[in-house]
Design a protein around this ligand. Structure first.
Ligand code: GLU
Length: 378
């Protein structure tokens, strides 16, 4: 019997909706031009998958690298935020027209979506973007997505398309994400430094041992990814039950090759959270923090709501309904959830039992500070 390949998880039969992310170093050559012939082979793979019934969205980097060449900016346009923004605005036109043309040649229709971090962190905007993606994919279109780098500032940027791809996967309710990279997958150590490093074919949980295998920075120096952001992407994908694979794009027809050989690293999705809980788990920013004692930390792990009595501190200026992080006394992140109170009222009742809340607040209190239905452990 032939053993199952990890790539089977992402085949059209098992994964009706797939996100494929392509990094700058693959898309753009050292001189700053699109690697068109290679890209044609990727598009041929996408067309084959579409034909087999798989819906595919692309997350494409390369705008900054392309624009930097056109504008003659040093260091691939990454010297300053202003350079990167100008380069992105210039390069995005060439990038999307290349995608539109190549997809058209294969009989496919391209659509462009440029999103900022805030578009996916704000629940209403996230649902809006999700609805657009869903409609495009259902219509058989191939959405080509990038971060809207020309308006994003450092504080409100994804900064790397790995996490963007995972978040887009969540928004599209995709079952799988493939990160095409300049490396075969996750290695036990940096293969450039350690000759004994070996490829890790499967990862169930991204824990401290797995994190220790990754090192920061992008091998190519062109994109901003690196293994750390890929692991972060894997965590987001797994949080919504989607599989994520890191696969080499250093070959022609990289998606077909992956399907045939199974070479890469698969992060198993398994049973993830859906809907609002998945969105919460994958969030990258929060409006504030609630610090809790050991008893409350245990109650959270047991699946209970956060009560004011177990909270010891409140930080930030959040409103009711905003996302807050729940941390222990040492500042370790325990959970993320939607605050039932704004920061001022929360500070009034911390450490106090429920029967004292009405007097402290002057109105009928809510049943908890963060309700378990609106809370995810991280
Ligand atoms: N959004 C950036 C671009 O299009 C790339 C981000 C990344 O390197 O992952 O150039």
């Amino acid at each position: 019997m032939v053993a199952a390949l990890i790539s089977d998880r992402l085949s059209p039969a098992n994964c009706p909706r797939l996100i494929v992310k392509i990094g700058s170093a693959l898309l753009v050559d050292k001189a700053g031009h699109i690697r068109r012939e290679w890209l044609e082979t990727v598009v041929a793979d996408v067309a084959a998958r579409r034909k087999a019934g798989q819906q595919v969205a692309i997350v494409s980097s390369g705008a900054i690298a392309l624009g930097a060449r056109v504008l003659g900016l040093p260091k691939g346009g990454r010297v300053s935020l202003e350079d990167a923004q100008a380069a992105a605005a210039t390069g995005q036109i060439g990038l999307s027209s290349a995608w539109a043309q190549l997809l058209h040649e294969k009989g496919l229709v391209a659509a462009q979506m440029l999103v900022t971090l805030d578009d996916l962190e704000d629940r209403r905007r996230y649902l809006n973007a999700a609805a657009t993606l869903d409609r495009l994919l259902a219509l058989g279109v191939v959405p080509v997505i990038n971060e809207n780098d020309s308006v994003a500032t450092t504080e409100i940027r994804f900064g790397d398309n790995d996490r963007l791809a995972a978040r887009v996967g969540q928004a599209a309710a995709a079952q799988g994400v493939i990160l095409l990279s300049d490396i075969d997958g996750l290695y036990t150590a940096n293969p450039g430094v350690d000759p004994n490093a070996t490829l890790v074919p499967e990862v169930r949980v991204v824990d401290a041992r797995i994190r220790a295998m990754a090192d920061g920075g992008s091998a190519s120096g062109m994109g901003s990814g690196g293994m750390i952001s890929k692991l972060e992407a894997a965590r987001i994908a797994q949080g919504s039950g989607a599989h994520l694979a890191i696969v080499s794009g250093r070959v022609d027809h990289p998606l077909a090759r992956f399907a045939d050989t199974g070479i890469g690293t698969l992060f198993w999705g398994g049973a993830g959270k859906r809907g609002r809980k998945a969105w919460l788990a994958g969030r990258l920013t929060a409006r504030g923090r609630i610090i809790v004692d050991a008893g409350a930390a245990k109650a959270l792990r047991d699946g209970r709501s956060l009560l004011a009595a177990g909270a010891t501190g409140v930080e930030g200026a959040f409103a009711r309904g905003d996302v807050v992080e729940i941390v222990d006394a040492d500042g370790h992140l325990l959970a993320r959830g939607l605050a039932e109170y704004d920061a001022i009222d929360a500070a009034r009742i911390i450490g106090r039992r429920s029967d004292a809340h009405a007097d402290l607040l002057g109105y009928a209190p809510r049943s908890s500070m963060v309700h378990r239905d609106h809370l995810v452990l991280v």
